[in-house]
Design a protein around this ligand. Sequence first.
Ligand SMILES: [Zn+2]
Length: 363
Amino acid sequence: MTVGAALLLYAAILGALGPLAHRRDGWLTRAPRLGATLLLAAAWSVLTALFLAGLTVALPGTALSSGLSDLLGACILRLRAAYVTPGGAAVAGAGLMLSGAIAARVGWACIRVVRARRAERRRQRSLVALCGRPTSTLDAVILDQPQPAAYCLAGREKTVVLTSGALTLLTRPQLAAVLAHEQAHLGARHHRLLAAAALAGRALPELPLMRHLPDQVRRLVEMHADELAACTQDPETLATALVALATARSGLPSAPTAALAAADSDTAVRIRRLLLPPATLTPRRRRTIRAAVAAFALIPVLVALTPAAVAANQPPVKQRQAVTAVRQRSATARAIGLTAGKRPNAADAWLPVAAIANRTASP
Ligand SMILES: [Zn+2]
């Protein structure tokens, strides 16, 4: 199997198996931050694998091979033989198109996500600057709105926003619990995880893993914020605050996407989790998940670069071998009917490389 095919197979399996992890997510919710990191690592591993698959397929037939050869100090013939792919120039072109498409989609998704989030944050900040009033008793800005809401705005000026409706609805301990939840979002920089999930989800929504990723990560970071808030506040008080907010907000539009509202995501599951906390993961299971995160980060790069590293450690193809390869090419050209002066097609150009690959592969 070629390197490119191995990477494509890896990306296809991971991208298709993602929903299984979503369905059997008991262990994900037992360590929500780690679970969110694992899902993101898997998603970005798929994108990296697809990008590198295209490059490795294109490598033997393009200038990429000479660039990599110079970079690694490897013999270019050995390098091309290590990545040789059946199909010649047509497959090399398809590989370049795949890598270009993945890079373009990620770039485009990055622009869209960053723009949308900045615009929304700017809108919210203007609203807070124009209509918000700070309080001396709460670490939050109050907006005079009858609808109860609590959310935070990440960025350089981290702000927790409470509406006057929430102040009326919630008791003092409930307000403290909700504020602790929002501060937990800001402290743990959950907005970065959400942005990474939105980016991957927008870049390749065709894959099931990516399609559900933003919702899954949002759900897990809400649970993580609940967990952190429950360390300093009474979990039952936070649960009753979530019930009150969710009940009062039913039928109302949800908070802005860039903000992290206190009761907009999976409230029933979160309340149950606060009242009946699940058993924490064993250290062994945590180590396994961390190892899986590292594996997702490394596998595509290792699979793509190992043949190049092997080629760099082999001696260059001897001149005699190169001459033999040229002679074999001439003989093959005669055998397939190419006449003098006729330009060979791209597939024919690979015959000497394949010949060298066969020779070097044999003991
Ligand atoms: Zn929240």
